[in-house]
Design a protein around this ligand. Structure first.
Ligand SMILES: [Zn+2]
Length: 163
């Protein structure tokens, strides 16, 4: 087991699109285990590869009973609307309300390359969207108004200073 360093905004790897996962090998399996360890230690419910410094289309999550590894994920369905507080392990867990779809369908590959589809609602649906966004270089603050985005950034800078 290894806990990896979590990258922080505005590190470049968080701001750029990631590359597809091509090799479903022992290395990917180990990376997934390490990402779960890192996520649990940080008390998160989802973690994307750019958050451990790798520009790979991969995330892990364990949220509201949905535990999975998603490689090359795509959002294939979105329905309804929900607004709720959202935070990110790479932005010091500063929270702000974000409006997202209420029901989301995800298509992705598991750690051995098998394709699967999964539906989620509530926080787990939010997690599908938040983590898939990471692989496109999009952060939850990009969904905020410029004013709110600045507030989150300022709060995050303050937290960093006192750490
Ligand atoms: Zn995040």
């Amino acid at each position: 087991m290894s806990v990896l360093r979590i990258t922080e905004y505005p590190e470049r790897v968080l701001l750029e699109p990631s590359k597809p996962v091509e090799h479903f090998d022992a290395e990917l399996e180990k990376l997934s285990v390490d990402m779960f360890d890192t996520m649990y230690k940080a008390e998160g419910v989802g973690l994307a590869a750019p958050q451990v410094g790798l520009a790979l289309r991969l995330f892990v999550m364990d949220c509201e009973g949905i535990k999975l590894v998603a490689a090359n994920p795509e959002i294939i369905g979105e329905e309804g609307e929900q607004t709720g507080d959202e935070g990110c392990l790479s932005i010091g867990k500063v929270y702000a309300p974000v409006t997202r779809a209420a029901r989301v369908k995800l298509r992705a590959q598991g750690v051995h390359g098998e394709w699967f589809e999964r539906e989620a609602t509530a926080l787990a649906a939010r997690c599908f969207l938040h983590e898939t966004d990471h692989l496109n270089g999009t952060l939850f603050i990009d969904h905020l108004t410029p004013l709110k985005r600045d507030m989150v950034k300022k709060r995050f800078v303050k937290i960093k200073k006192f750490r």
